[in-house]
Design a protein around this ligand. Structure first.
Ligand SMILES: *[C@@H]1O[C@H](CO)[C@@H](O)[C@H](O)[C@H]1NC(C)=O
Ligand SMILES: *[C@@H]1O[C@H](CO)[C@@H](O)[C@H](O)[C@H]1NC(C)=O
Length: 259
């Protein structure tokens, strides 16, 4: 009797410990929506305060609804040239509904703050990017290789960096095959090009994700271009990212997505 009592007590301790560890590992995931980069398109000019462009921009940015954001992708235009405004938003594959909404709201505010009075610009966050432009792109959008950048994890791989880089890239090419077939998100019948995965590499585990914007056609071409950019930024590093407004990818030695 006594021993089974202490056993169950022991089990309670073990499960409390497991819950604490789980809470700790979730909170250490840093799912904050970090600001990454922005670009103001000075060449598209400034809008007049109180003018038509500003009005169209405000109408359009408010018109983007929860419904649009549920799937994580928005591409809308409003108004007549030369004052028409286009908004493109792509949330990361694990960010839809409220997470996508909050990324969108942050991005719109930050666009107004960082590109004050500019008609056009791009802003990148961890969980979404936002494009605001007076130019209405044709659909499907062509791959944009110009508005791209990379980020690397400051930490170096401790040893055998070359084989780490090689195996990482092989894994990324495997994921490209998954990402470049559209899948249905949340039964909204909207396709998304997104793949995430993990793989053991020796003593380490590598976590990776990649995604194309929903309105481009050549997802595979775009992602393979990103992989070929990696040697410029990220050789020997524990993590790397290549980002743009057509596609992006990221890998790290720790999990960084919602599961
Ligand atoms: C989370 O952020 C903190 C502080 O910015 C940092 O020290 C820690 O290493 C981060 N954890 C992960 C898993 O990235
Ligand atoms: C990482 O490696 C590079 C090149 O070998 C070196 O210059 C740099 O100081 C290293 N950084 C850290 C944080 O160890």
């Amino acid at each position: 009797m006594y021993s089974s009592y202490s056993l169950s007590k022991h089990l309670v301790y073990v499960s409390i410990l497991a819950i604490l560890l789980l809470v700790r590992s979730i909170s250490s995931l840093n799912l904050t929506n970090q600001y990454l980069n922005h670009k103001c398109f000075v060449s598209e000019g400034k809008y007049k305060h109180g003018g038509k462009y500003e009005k169209n921009l405000n109408v359009l940015s408010r018109y983007v609804s929860d419904n649009d954001l549920a799937s994580g992708y928005v591409h809308v235009s409003h108004g007549e040239a030369p004052d028409s405004v286009t908004i493109i938003l792509q949330c990361r594959g694990d960010s839809f509904r409220s997470n996508c909404h909050s990324c969108y709201a942050t991005a719109v505010d930050e666009f107004h703050r960082r590109c004050q009075g500019d008609r056009a610009g791009i802003i990148w966050y961890d969980q979404c990017f936002l494009v605001i432009s007076k130019i209405k792109p044709q659909l499907p959008r062509k791959i944009d290789f110009k508005n791209t950048f990379s980020i690397h994890n400051p930490k170096n791989v401790s040893k055998e960096a070359r084989s780490f880089d090689k195996m990482t890239r092989e894994f990324l090419y495997e994921l490209v095959r998954k990402a470049s077939y559209p899948t249905v998100v949340e039964k909204l019948y909207q396709s998304t090009y997104y793949a995430a995965g993990e793989k053991k590499l020796g003593a380490n585990k590598i976590y990776a994700m990649m995604q194309c914007a929903s309105d481009i056609l050549q997802c595979k071409v775009c992602l393979e271009w990103c992989i070929r950019e990696l040697p410029k930024c990220c050789n020997g590093k524990q993590g790397g990212r290549v980002l743009g407004i057509s596609c992006n990818l990221r890998y790290e030695l720790y999990p960084f997505l919602r599961s």
